[in-house]
Design a protein around this ligand. Structure first.
Ligand code: GRF
Length: 246
């Protein structure tokens, strides 16, 4: 299985995946690492292991996608018309200029990623939400979704940017982490795997984060291994699409 990985920061999950690949624990290799921030530690990790990488900065949020600097040669009309499909005619002019700008950045990101061959795109601490535009492009022609994410909470509890903080502040007695396929929502796609930890009296937010991260480093490679071994499929349960593991 060829993995494309996207990161925004430290990349400890990336490291866990690299290690699992190198140790032969999973039948996979990393084709590239992309980051939306320059100079992050995850990029050093890639370099250290001889993995090609690139930086694609999303840039400032601009009102007009035409002003967006980082998309030479991009078919802007194509991107914008797709945004209209998803967000309704006139979305650009009305409420969601950011969506259009995001899609322009994503088109650029796709171009970078298309320089490599990859079977699955693994989001490892990548702090951006994809629009339907990029999700559809990546999934097109494939039975299984091709984008995976790791989230620091037991979904569907606590979606969003601070899963461990939210778990702590809610006073939960267990917490955990989740690997899921990416769909159009925020942290809402079909769940591939989860691991849970106990929250003991006196545990701080930092303790929770530490317990959770250690589980993440085991969970993500395991889930990628299931994908690599062809053990995942989708099925319907009521209105939900869920993952079955064989
Ligand atoms: C992890 O907690 C992950 O669940 C969340 O962001 C963090 C990334 O950490 N999405 P790292 O960059 O893998 O160290």
């Amino acid at each position: 299985l060829k993995i494309g990985a996207l990161i925004s920061g430290g990349g400890t999950n990336l490291q866990a995946i690299i290690d699992a690949c190198e140790a032969g624990e999973i039948n996979a290799e990393i084709a590239f690492v992309g980051s939306d921030h320059p100079g992050v530690k995850g990029l050093d990790r890639a370099a250290k292991h001889g993995i090609p990488s690139f930086v694609m900065e999303y840039g400032p949020i601009l009102k007009n996608p035409e002003d967006y600097p980082a998309a030479p040669g991009l078919d802007l009309d194509d991107v914008i018309s797709k945004q209209h499909l998803f967000y309704g005619e006139g979305a650009l002019e009305r409420a969601e200029p950011y969506c259009a700008v995001r899609a322009v950045a994503e088109a650029q990101l796709l171009k970078e990623m298309d320089k490599f061959e990859y079977d699955v795109l693994v989001l490892a601490g990548f702090m951006r939400i994809f629009t339907p535009y990029i999700i559809d492009k990546i999934n097109k022609g494939h039975d299984l979704p091709r984008i995976m994410n790791i989230h620091p909470a037991l979904l569907p509890a606590f979606p969003g940017v601070d899963g461990y903080g939210d778990t702590f502040k809610y006073g939960c007695k267990v917490g955990g982490c989740t690997v899921h396929f990416v769909d159009y929502g925020e942290d809402s796609g079909p769940i591939i795997g989860q691991k849970a930890y106990t929250i003991d009296p006196g545990d701080t937010e930092e303790d929770i984060r530490k317990k959770g991260l250690e589980l993440e480093w085991r969970l993500y490679p395991e889930c990628i291994g299931l994908y690599a071994d062809g053990r995942l499929s989708l099925t319907k349960r009521g209105r939900r699409t869920v993952v079955e593991v064989s």
